[in-house]
Design a protein around this ligand. Structure first.
Ligand SMILES: NC(=O)c1ccc[n+]([C@@H]2O[C@H](COP(=O)([O-])OP(=O)(O)OC[C@H]3O[C@@H](n4cnc5c(N)ncnc54)[C@H](O)[C@@H]3O)[C@@H](O)[C@H]2O)c1
Ligand SMILES: O=C(O)C[C@H](O)C(=O)O
Length: 308
């Protein structure tokens, strides 16, 4: 099955690399606007095939969407990343126009596509794709929660001084520095609540470090991260292409779930061959639900800046 990745920059190339390495897609088509860039990235990645042992064919094109025709999944990573000191929300002015145009091109050539939105501000870009694509809501998935939850587990394992495979945890609500809600009350080490091992101060610090995970990396790297974002996308794409029905937190259009409607926010969902197969609703505690509502209010304000 064919997967398109639009934007052959840091995140797009990382998505293509992880998807190919896991060997579950027949073809990955990279698209970029910069002349020759996607073709170059595709060629470089294909020269890894014999070394890394994958058979996925990777091709590149400068804006020729006819090459993307018949894609089962398309990942939108096109757009600018933030620089140190910026918020994701500040990218809306440039990225909204790019995401809208890319969405129209994708849908024209692959009307049955499932779109994964990565470009920031992601929750608002996912909302924009809903408003402009005409696709059913089950076929639009914002990628944020998968990455934020991976960062949460990294911070939990660090605080617990244990292997990451020992910990479980999930982040819901917005993919923003202030709107992320790491569900610390439900995080466990092999099924045992982490509060058994960590003080309140340690848990607060894990939550805060998780929320600014993207900003911390942006400060260190001078631009935003790409390895874990690419890996997180590859997990979503695999769950769709292999119909794994994994439960993954994603930014999805809500229709009353968690008390919100007409907004894309991070919630757990079953992801399979049809895209979003079910939004999983479970009880948040009072504080978590209040933070979820606060995040929704902030995302709604950013959505208000869209011209849709
Ligand atoms: N949702 C997440 O968890 C997450 C994680 C990491 C990055 N991001 C976001 O992903 C986006 C990409 O980040 P990056 O580090 O790869 O940036 P990058 O600058 O390395 O790559 C972006 C690419 O998009 C291309 N592009 C721009 N306009 C285009 C268009 N109209 N059509 C096709 N290609 C176009 C550029 O030429 C560039 O190669 C940013 O908005 C960033 O904030 C989101
Ligand atoms: O932090 C960013 O701006 C990029 C991305 O959203 C991330 O979380 O790594």
């Amino acid at each position: 099955m064919k997967v398109t990745v639009v934007g052959a920059g840091a995140v797009g190339a990382s998505c293509a690399e992880y998807i190919a390495m896991k060997n579950f897609a027949s073809e990955v088509v990279l698209v970029d606007i910069k002349e020759g860039f996607a073709e170059g990235k595709a060629m470089d990645l294909m020269q890894c095939a014999s070394l890394n042992g994958f058979d996925t064919k990777i091709t590149g094109t400068t804006g020729d969407y006819s090459k993307t025709a018949g894609s089962k999944v398309a990942v939108i990573t096109s757009g600018i990343p933030r620089k140190p000191g910026m918020t994701r929300e500040e990218l809306i002015g440039i990225n909204a126009g790019i995401v809208k145009e890319v969405t129209e091109n994708l849908v024209k050539h692959s009307p049955d596509v499932i779109i994964i939105v990565v470009s920031n501000p992601m929750d608002t870009m996912a909302y924009l794709v809903h408003k402009t694509s005409g696709l059913p809501k089950e076929r639009i998935i914002g990628m944020g929660g998968a990455l934020d939850s991976a960062r949460f587990k990294y911070r939990l394992a660090e605080a617990l001084d244990c292997p990451i495979s020992d910990v479980d945890g999930m982040v819901v609500a917005a993919h923003s520095d202030t709107g992320m809600v790491p569900l610390i009350s439900k995080a466990t080490r092999n099924g045992v609540p982490v509060s058994t091992f960590l003080s309140q101060e340690q848990m607060d610090s894990v939550v805060e470090e998780t929320k600014v995970g993207g900003a911390t990396l942006t400060k260190l790297l001078g631009t935003s991260a790409w390895y874990a974002p690419g890996a997180a996308v590859s997990v979503l794409v695999q769950s769709i292409l292999c119909d794994q029905k994994k439960m993954i937190p994603c930014s999805l259009m809500l229709n009353g779930e968690y008390g919100e409607s007409d907004i894309c926010l991070g919630v757990p969902a079953i992801i399979g061959a049809n895209g979003v197969e079910k939004i999983v609703e479970f009880e948040l505690n009072e504080a978590e639900q209040a933070k979820f509502a606060e995040a929704a209010k902030a995302v709604r304000e950013v959505n208000g800046d869209l011209k849709v």
